[in-house]
Design a protein around this ligand. Structure first.
Ligand code: SAH
Length: 275
């Protein structure tokens, strides 16, 4: 059973010394993809606050007496609110503890790590950030898709497909304009229809190679590739589950065929040597 982690279980340290919070990137799912520095922080922590996407196998590296707190973040369902997470980190640090905030992928890429860092800074709590392998890099490596390539992609954009209601709309024209750029959409499975439609409406050809990669780098990884024109239908019919990334761009044609299945709808795939 997990130790009692309710707020009233947080008592001040007898010495009155301030603790420290490390925002640690757990990597994309394969527990071996955490950094050595992140692992060391985890091993030394008094308290570990983790979310669903942070690989729970990593908790085996915690000290046996470390307090482990699941804040259960997942799409559309936050078992602890963001302000509740801030309050928890602040309370444990004020109690003089070494706190690891273990976050999926990299803490500063769509992980609200920036918000947590600012909340801690505002309270005068020392905070350090240990980067992690973000899902785009992990999934790219796990499918043989180079995110950049001298002949095919001079850049890569990491894009949040799912945005807060009051957030500014994505600049689809800019995203679609650069054919030499790989686009990686996070939080995109439920938005796949919209992503495909907007990119095509703004001029990206429907024949652009696209991949959907679910649970990348884990034993549950499933990856399919298709044409941009088929993205929505493939997302609806292939039974992929979150977490899932969408990659679009010419480099997707280089995917390892043993790792990425072709989702053939009514169209024939574009042979790799024609693009
Ligand atoms: N900080 C994380 C991203 C958090 S946002 C990082 O740097 O990777 C959550 C989104 O990340 C998911 O909706 C999904 O789009 C993507 N994601 C995270 N882990 C993934 C994985 N193993 N496979 C595919 N996509 C993943």
């Amino acid at each position: 059973m997990l130790p009692d982690v309710r707020m009233n279980a947080v008592h001040p340290a007898p010495s009155g010394r301030m603790g420290h919070v490390w925002l640690v990137g757990a990597g994309p799912g394969d527990p071996d993809l955490i950094t050595v520095k992140g692992l060391r922080a985890l091993q030394g922590a008094d308290v570990v606050v983790y979310d669903r996407l942070a690989c729970t196998d990593l908790l085996a590296h915690c000290r046996p007496d470390a307090v482990r707190v699941s804040v259960g973040k997942q799409a559309g369902l936050h078992s602890v609110s963001q302000s509740g997470i801030h309050a928890l980190l602040i309370a444990h640090a004020r109690a003089g503890r070494r706190v690891v905030r273990l976050k999926g992928g990299d803490p500063f890429i769509f992980g609200r790590g920036g918000e947590e860092m600012i909340a801690l800074r505002q309270q005068g709590i020392p905070v350090s950030v240990i980067p992690g392998v973000t899902a785009a890099s992990g999934c790219a490596a796990a499918t043989g898709i180079p995110l950049t390539h001298r002949d095919l992609a001079a850049g890569v954009s990491l894009v949040a497909a799912h945005r807060q209601e009051n957030a500014a709309a994505l600049d689809w024209a800019a995203l679609a304009a650069d054919r030499q750029r790989t686009l990686v959409f996070y939080m995109g499975l439920s938005q796949a229809d919209h992503v495909g439609m907007e990119l095509m409406l703004h001029g990206l050809p429907g024949t652009t190679p696209v991949a959907l990669i679910a649970c990348g780098t884990t034993s549950a990884q499933r990856a399919v590739r298709c044409l941009l024109a088929d993205l929505g239908a493939v997302a609806r019919h292939c039974g992929l589950v979150s977490p899932c990334l969408i990659m679009a761009g010419q480099v997707v044609a280089l995917a390892d065929p043993d790792l990425v299945a072709w989702a053939r709808l009514c169209r024939e795939p574009v042979p790799a040597d024609t693009i």
